[in-house]
Design a protein around this ligand. Sequence first.
Ligand SMILES: [Fe+2]
Ligand SMILES: [Fe+2]
Length: 201
Amino acid sequence: MPTRADALALLFEHTQTESLRRHGLAVEGVLRLAATRQGADVELWGMTGLLHDFDYEAHPAEHPFWGRPILEAAGYPPEMIQAIQGHAVFTGVVRDTDLARWLFGCDELTGLVTAVALVHPTRSLAELEPRSVRRKLRDRGFARSVSRSEIEAGMADLAIEPDALIQFVIDGLATVAPVIGLGPTRTAGQGDGEGRQLRTA
Ligand SMILES: [Fe+2]
Ligand SMILES: [Fe+2]
């Protein structure tokens, strides 16, 4: 199986947009924490998060189908490839593993929580509460590219209460906050709104 360094190189090779690179790193952080709590394979889950959108920027219309043979040829495990296919609802690939359910359940929610943190004056996750995220979940004009229906479907699949899952995503993001432009305090150069371009795919 390729290493985490291989996975990062593959993501960066196909993704130039900072916000999309950060999205992969963000979902990686959340899934690594999920794997730790579930007693699952932390490297496998982390790399699945890192790579789930690796072909989106270059091939948005064919994502995630386009990337599948690349991942297969590189020797990534079938469980990961299936989970990546399954995170896109239109593929029809069933999410019948914990990894697939956690990727789907955290992907769009990670985008939403990140967007909420980025508009907070301090960009701080520490001060973020699930209820502020829930308010933005209902505010359809906020972070419009984030699919509310997929977030709700993901929560239902995982059978986790919304606030608990939101708090979990906040905790997961906190593990990678510096690399995705979030932190306890605003630092020089971070106040330009660049991170607000964050999209999910
Ligand atoms: Fe995607
Ligand atoms: Fe995504």
